[in-house]
Design a protein around this ligand. Structure first.
Ligand code: IMP
Ligand code: MG
Length: 173
């Protein structure tokens, strides 16, 4: 229920932070001829759609989906590709766009997997980071906001598939 949530970041706050991230990324990658923006579905789709409109250089976009099974009470994440990129990334400047780094298991798996394909550079841009629950050290090149250990929804993030369409981010009370 909506009453159980409180707004953490308004639409305006998100839009201005995303624009700043876009400027940072543009400054660093402006001269690259081969930027591939990789959206990690489904959560990052809203963030990615806004972010790429703040990038002035030519980019191509690709998509992948991971599925994770965080087994029982152990800390071992079992992450795999649900579906993969449609193009090779060797020699390309790859920017992974993610909604949230929580335990870090997904991004640590993805970095390892994509690194093996020999991109020229490989960086992570995540809107949110929840350091309290982190189990793997993940190098984050571009970060929107650090958040406390709370479950968040909106702006792409879901609860049981819902609330991705909210233009703000809210936390469970
Ligand atoms: P992890 O870093 O491997 O633990 O997984 C991160 C993924 O878990 C994200 O891509 C989200 O899909 C999901 N996730 C983690 N925390 C939240 C949250 O607070 N709200 C919604 N999804 C979350
Ligand atoms: Mg995700």
């Amino acid at each position: 229920k909506f009453e159980d949530f409180e707004v953490l970041f308004s639409s305006e706050e998100l839009q201005s932070r995303v624009a700043e991230l876009g400027r940072e990324i543009a400054r660093d990658m402006r001269d690259s001829e081969n930027v591939v923006v990789v959206c990690v579905l489904k959560g990052a789709v809203v963030f990615m759609a806004d972010l790429i409109r703040h990038l002035p250089m030519n980019v191509t976009c690709d998509f992948l989906r991971l599925s994770s099974y965080h087994g029982g009470t152990t800390s071992r994440g079992n992450v795999r590709f649900d579906f993969d990129l449609t193009q090779p990334i060797a020699g390309k400047d790859v920017l992974i766009v993610e909604d949230i780094v929580d335990t870090g298991l997904s991004m640590s798996f993805l970095l390892k997997s994509l690194e093996a394909r020999n991109p020229r550079t490989l960086k992570i841009c995540t809107l949110l980071h929840k350091p309290a629950r982190q189990k793997r050290d993940v190098p984050i090149s571009y970060l929107g906001f650090t958040i406390p250990d709370r479950f968040v929804i909106g702006y792409g993030l879901d609860l049981e598939g819902k609330y991705r369409n909210l233009d703000y981010i809210a936390a469970l009370k």
